[in-house]
Write a protein that binds this ligand. Structure first.
Ligand code: PBG
Length: 330
């Protein structure tokens, strides 16, 4: 059948009809909110390139997490800025490190929210790389040991899930076996499986003070043109025991999300990273775009591509918009 019998516009005539045939929707259940924690008391600092996103001291972070949970968001992912950085990233696996203390404080006050911890060394090394430097290079195998130690220290503090973002080879297996050996076999791993060496992380590096002091991350993060390689990375992480696999960044890598969806049945997360957030905020501040509608299209696009979970700095706004019934309805 063709026109005039077929008229695609029939089911688009009004919002109720459109609601009935909508194929994908973003739910508050899909959201993971990234948060930054810093040392000190009763302070917060807005990240200049990420309006609305702050670094909080632990006391303020806990208050903020209460608000996040009250909006219905099921999970947060934590990034820490330590008091001091050194060559061995000792702040990353210190029993009383910033993340370990933050997790304990959150779990005491908001026990039900799922606390995911980012497992990486870049915020804790004096040089800003994601691993230990040996002979001028990021050494893979020495780093694995420290990542495993970091993950265990997070689990000991009460983390519900760990998320390695370093892109060392073999880290999921190393973390899985260390967690299991310490009695944390119930703690899932969400691996940053296909993580690209991306300029979209710029604002995050300001937020976490984690920009590399020399060189860049291209010897461990993925080369942007590659998609078959992403499938191999994801496959390896799944073989090593990842429970959830992530693609990062999001917007410029939607094809990777789709390819992951077609190849694997594991839950897939996508990270709508800092630079993607900043671009939307900057354009919205100038009045050039309609922020809510843009965010709706971006997040819906992730769902259409095949993502189950979305890590996004827009999470609080989105949760509010969904609650008031205005997300995707004009
Ligand atoms: C740590 C890490 C980074 C991000 C998440 N975990 C930065 C990086 O790899 O340089 C980026 C997140 C964002 O841009 O929002 N390795």
């Amino acid at each position: 059948m063709f026109f005039p019998e077929v008229r695609m516009r029939r089911l688009r005539r009004n919002e109720n009809l459109r609601r009935m045939v909508r194929e994908h929707r973003v739910s508050v259940d899909d959201l993971i909110y990234p948060m930054f924690v810093m040392p000190g008391k009763d302070k917060q600092q807005e990240i200049s390139s990420m309006p609305g996103i702050y670094r909080y001291t632990i006391d303020r972070l806990v208050r903020e997490v209460e608000e996040v949970y009250s909006l219905g968001i099921p999970a947060i992912i934590l990034f820490g800025i330590p008091e001091e950085k050194d060559e061995a990233a000792s702040g990353a696996y210190d029993e009383h490190g910033i993340i370990q203390e933050a997790v304990r404080a959150i779990k005491k006050e908001v026990p039900e929210i799922i606390v995911i911890t980012d497992v990486c060394l870049c915020e804790y090394t004096s040089h800003g790389h994601c691993g230990v430097i040996k002979d001028g290079e990021v050494n893979n195998d020495i780093t694995l040991e420290l990542l495993a130690q970091t993950a265990v220290s997070h689990a000991e503090a009460g983390a519900d899930m760990v998320a390695p973002s370093d892109m060392m080879d073999g880290r999921v297996a190393a973390i899985r076996s260390a967690l299991d050996a310490e009695g944390f076999e119930h703690v899932p791993i969400m691996s940053y499986a296909a993580k690209y060496a991306s300029a979209f992380y710029g604002p995050f590096r300001e937020a976490a003070e984690s920009a590399p002091k020399f060189g860049d991350r291209r010897s461990y993060q993925m080369d942007p043109p590659n998609v078959r390689e992403a499938i191999r990375e994801i496959e390896l992480d799944i073989e090593e025991g990842a429970d959830i696999v992530m693609v990062k960044p999001g917007l410029a890598y939607m094809d990777v999300v789709r390819a992951a969806r077609e190849n694997f049945d594991h839950p897939i997360a996508v990270y709508n990273v800092s630079g993607e957030y900043s671009m939307v905020k900057a354009a919205a501040e100038r009045g050039w775009i309609d922020e809510k509608r843009i965010v709706y299209e971006i997040l819906t696009g992730f769902k259409r591509a095949g993502a189950d979970l979305i890590l996004t700095y827009h999470a609080k706004d989105v949760a509010r918009w969904i609650k008031e019934g205005s997300f995707g309805r004009y």
